[in-house]
Design a protein around this ligand. Sequence first.
Ligand code: NDP
Length: 313
Amino acid sequence: MRNKVRCLIIGSGPAGYTAAIYASRANLEPVLYEGLQPGGQLTTTTEVENFPGYPEGITGTELMEDLKKQAQRYGTEVYSGRATAVDFSSRPHKVTIDNEHVIEADTVIISTGATAKYLGLPDETKYAGQGVSACATCDGFFYRKKTVAVVGGGDTACEEATYLAGLASKVYMIVRKDHLRASQIMQERVMNNPKIEILFEHNAVGLFGENGVEGVHLVKRMGEPDEEKTDIAIDGFFLAIGHTPNTDIFKDFLELDSVGYIIIDNPTSKTNVEGVFAAGDVADSHYRQAITAAGMGCRAAMDAERYLSERGL
Ligand code: NDP
């Protein structure tokens, strides 16, 4: 464990490890803290088939193990531990790990990711990896010619439903209100798609199935006198009710957007604080892919390297 580093990377998803690969090859001797979920969101998916370079696909866990090994091979020190506080008010920056250990860092690369929101049903955990997903782009391919449901009525839900309709034979949208929150153009797209059926004023309250998800328990107009319970048969259950960027500890120092994503000075990874860079889903509500996060990690390491060399640090 070191108390003073030139480059501290917080988070161990594709953005963090790619930053680590580039930073270690540039001799920045980076230290990376893995955070609460070592390997990040990809470790919660099964097969990853869209990361370039793996023609046969690879599991999320294996991919993250490979990235970790590649970062360590060039000297990145990887520790388990979570950043619990930061002080970016003076330089060097200070990052507290696990509420006890303070590290001083000339540069900090934040790659703490975002967490998909779930409804909180016990069945979402029970069927994790067996029909429950929070990423249509990642898992939609497994539902070709099958029936799926997407929960949510925002732009993400409409986008995911439209994407899934290109693969599945039928897509239900489960929307709790009597209208969609999505932008007009996205609403029109789902309404005009013959494969998509929108179930307004419906809440999903449970899942059922012997071998993975086979259906969802729904309640129409939940809590109203005319409430109705129905079950529909589905093979896949996709959550699209939003993401929460993991930025709580940075909010006193960094500029965030209204949802909490870190604002960066595109096309760089610079935040509003000198020497602090952000990469991956924590600064990207739009693409949220492993490969785009990895690209952002590369940018952050290059920005950190330039920052250090310009200042002779
Ligand atoms: P939003 O917060 O916009 O929408 C979330 C949706 O999920 C809402 O319909 C909400 O319902 C529903 N929801 C939330 N919690 C629950 C729950 N517990 N049970 C049932 N339904 C629930 O999130 P998005 O991820 O869709 O979008 C985030 C931001 O990103 C937005 O600003 C969006 O415009 C933007 N975006 C833009 C895209 C584009 O332009 N192509 C693509 C994707 C996102 P309710 O309406 O009842 O609150």
